[in-house]
Design a protein around this ligand. Sequence first.
Ligand code: SF4
Length: 114
Amino acid sequence: MEHGETGRIKRERRTIEAMIRIFCRARHSGGSVPCPGCEDLKAYALCRLDRCPYGADKPACTNCPIHCYKPDYRERIREVMRFAGPRMVTRHPVLALRHLIDERQEAPPRPGAE
Ligand code: SF4
């Protein structure tokens, strides 16, 4: 991990895990353990999060000008978000609300661009 894990990063981690679990349970695994493909996606997303150059100031990835995801992973995580986003409201309302608030914030300047 390249930066100290803040409450914000911990929350993003829980949000990613919850969304992939919801998506995979409905589309692939049928259970609480994600299928190998979704495990791979989760590991990739958590690794990106750990290495995010914004650190604790990271914007929602949707609003990020850097877009550090490889195109195929980016498309896969977008599919997860589209499916799991509305379902988060009933299953994880606090995480869902914080995620919506994050998505409304503009991205801070790119690290090193000032
Ligand atoms: S897409 Fe942007 S905000 Fe998301 S992890 Fe990558 S650099 Fe950070």
